[in-house]
Design a protein around this ligand. Structure first.
Ligand code: 13P
Length: 251
């Protein structure tokens, strides 16, 4: 049976009260697929610990939305990978388009963060994907190949071991316009084939997720596709019932 990775990216949302309500109805029941799949909650950094208190006894992992490129020192306002590891984080999102576009993160910075995450034995969720303009110009595969290439060139062919790739077309994020599942399948196959050229074992085992306007109505068509191994969910993950419904679809 296929095992999925479902990641809730809460982005800049949540509060102590929100967290306490959210987890009231989570339990370890295999009925809702928490046992069979890998479930990750990625709250804002300030709430990581609060979420951890709620999930550590369940089969749910803690994810961070971002990390600094430095380990320690005079970097006001930043969060280090050492600190994330210290408080129980297992997965770290890196290269999200909101960070690439709104915080000017380029591939060099993303590689540094990716490398740090791996060096501490945490799992990076590397986001890749094209903008609407790039899609219109038929550049989707070129853009994704470049985003993957820079990691491979800097870190070598083992870069994709213990790594997650999230395909998040920028035009599908937060727009309500999810991509066509068949189109996503093609892109995921393309990503898997790319990795296979350098590391056939990782290509077989790697989780390749889709993200962009996923909800409990459209999720099933995505997870049915052979090369879609999970979902990176933004706004729908803020509603615990909606998030659980999506997980249940994997049964
Ligand atoms: P939405 O599900 O809100 O479109 O966000 C997707 C996303 O960016 C997850 O990282």
């Amino acid at each position: 049976m296929k095992k999925y990775l479902f990641v809730a990216n809460w982005k800049l949302n949540g509060s102590i009260e929100f967290i306490s309500n959210y987890f009231k109805f989570f339990n370890t029941s295999s009925e809702i697929g928490l046992e069979k799949n890998i479930i990750v909650i990625a709250p804002p950094a300030i709430y990581l610990n609060e979420v951890y208190k709620n999930i550590h006894s369940m089969n749910i992992f803690l994810g961070a939305q971002n990390v600094d490129k430095n380990l320690t020192g005079a970097f006001t306002g930043e969060t280090s990978i050492l600190m994330l590891k210290d408080i129980g984080v297992k997965y770290v999102i890196v290269g999200h388009s909101e960070r690439r576009l709104l915080h000017n993160e380029n591939n060099d910075l993303i590689i540094k963060k990716f490398d740090l995450i791996k060096s501490l034995n945490l799992i990076p969720i590397l986001c890749v994907g094209e903008t609407e303009k790039e899609k219109k110009h038929g550049q989707t595969k070129i853009v994704i190949e470049e985003q993957l290439n820079c990691v491979l060139t800097a870190l070598g062919t083992s870069a994709f071991r213990n790594t997650v790739i999230a395909y998040e077309p920028v035009w599908a994020i937060g727009t309500g316009l999810s991509a066509d599942p068949k189109y996503v399948q093609c892109i995921h196959k393309f990503i898997r084939n790319y990795i296979e050229k350098y590391d056939p074992i990782s290509a077989k085992n790697i989780f390749i997720q889709y993200g962009g306007s996923i909800n409990s109505v459209n999720a099933e068509e995505f997870i049915k596709q052979p090369d879609i191994n999970g979902l990176l969910i933004g706004s729908a993950s803020l509603d615990y019932q909606e998030f659980l419904k999506i997980i249940e679809l994997s049964k």
